[in-house]
Design a protein around this ligand. Structure first.
Ligand SMILES: C[S@@+](CC[C@H](N)C(=O)[O-])C[C@H]1O[C@@H](n2cnc3c(N)ncnc32)[C@H](O)[C@@H]1O
Length: 338
């Protein structure tokens, strides 16, 4: 296996050449079969064709994953329900993570507002898994915690709670200046959360639908290795460029963390003992209810900037949003007011 490399190939051809049980974690974000505009892929198969194709690469993903490894699949709930049929036979179900999708609350009852991320273990009894924490949700105006801890404020964790299976704190990429010419680029902190939860430094993460290389970038930022493919030569070029450019520096002290907009978006519970010395922590503990912890020397922003340069020269005039009309989901550009 050629590590830290993104190939231009069809995922099935590529996966068939990967040895059994050789990869620590697999993540897949396939085309959703929703008529999206990819450069070299027709995203409009009939249901049986699409599901059959997905079942083929799902079997391959489980085959190449190590016994201690995890398999994560991102898609809309409809297709995930078909994926469970095959995955339940060949792997161990762990969680259905609901990732809140940004959408305009107009249109219809039971508007789809979450993407699902299936989390399967290759073998539950051997699974490598780390508890992870995210920052407390606070009221924007008064900074008080949104969750009521009642009489248990003494038990508050200074950084934030262990993550549940509903993720509402990570957002899809809204601004065009932060995205490439790709219809469904995922945000880096989403992949970083998955990688922190399921791998150690040096582990190998495989993504058979690399797109713009989000998985590769997240893996490299966190000191992991990546491999993967995309059927589109242009996307392979973009993904390779990003992965080459990015640095393996997303650390506080000795611990890998996920950083987003000069905040820690995710850290591992086991690392808190090492990381806490870098924060000013309100004391006594119940004060955390209305006071945030702060990074001591204000350097988080510069760590993040050194990881990935964002082109700030041209402020965005438009952003793209998901619009639902009947059964049809489309992404449309809307004007941003100055
Ligand atoms: C939903 S996108 C992945 C986006 C990616 N997660 C990101 O953050 O940029 C799906 C990708 O799968 C690629 N693709 C479609 N069919 C493929 C195939 N048979 N083999 C490999 N890649 C394929 C498309 O070119 C597209 O880039």
């Amino acid at each position: 296996m050629n590590l830290n490399n993104i190939e231009h190939a069809d995922c099935l051809d590529y996966l068939r050449d990967i040895p059994d049980e050789s990869v620590d974690v697999t993540f897949a974000d396939p085309p959703f079969n929703l008529k999206k505009k990819y450069s070299s892929y027709w995203d409009n198969l009939d249901v049986a064709q699409y599901v059959d194709w997905c079942h083929q690469w799902l079997r391959e993903l489980v085959r190449v994953t190590k016994p201690s490894g995890s398999i994560f699949i991102h898609n809309i709930p409809k297709w995930l329900s078909y994926y469970c049929q095959v995955l339940n036979e060949i792997a161990d179900f762990r969680h259905w993570i609901a990732w809140e999708a940004m959408s305009t609350p107009l249109g219809k009852t039971l508007l789809p507002t979450h993407y699902g991320i299936l989390f399967y273990a290759k073998d539950n009894s051997q699974l490598k898994f780390y508890d992870i924490r995210y920052p407390h949700h606070r009221c924007r105006k008064c900074n008080t915690l949104r969750k009521d801890y009642g009489g248990k404020k003494k038990l508050l964790h200074p950084f934030g709670p262990l993550i549940s299976d509903v993720w509402t704190d990570l957002y899809r990429i809204k601004h065009n200046k932060r995205r490439d010419k790709h219809p469904c680029q995922l945000p880096i902190p989403l992949l970083e959360r998955i990688i922190l939860m399921s791998t150690d430094e040096g582990d190998v993460v495989l993504d058979p639908f690399m797109g713009t290389g989000t998985t590769a970038v997240a893996a490299k930022r966190l000191g992991r290795k990546y491999i993967g493919t995309d059927i589109d030569a242009e996307y392979v070029k973009i993904a390779t460029g990003h992965a080459d450019e990015v640095q393996s520096k997303s650390k506080i002290g000795n611990s890998w963390v996920s950083l987003y907009l000069d905040k820690v978006a995710t850290l591992r519970d086991v690392d808190w003992d090492d990381i806490q010395q870098y924060f000013d922590i309100p004391d006594p503990r119940p004060e955390i209810d209305n006071k945030s912890i702060k990074y001591k020397d204000g350097k988080l922003k510069s760590i993040e900037e050194s990881l990935y340069k964002v082109e700030e020269k041209n402020p965005p005039k438009k952003m793209s949003v998901t619009v639902y009309r009947g059964k049809q989901e489309t992404r449309e550009e809307i004007q941003i007011d100055a």
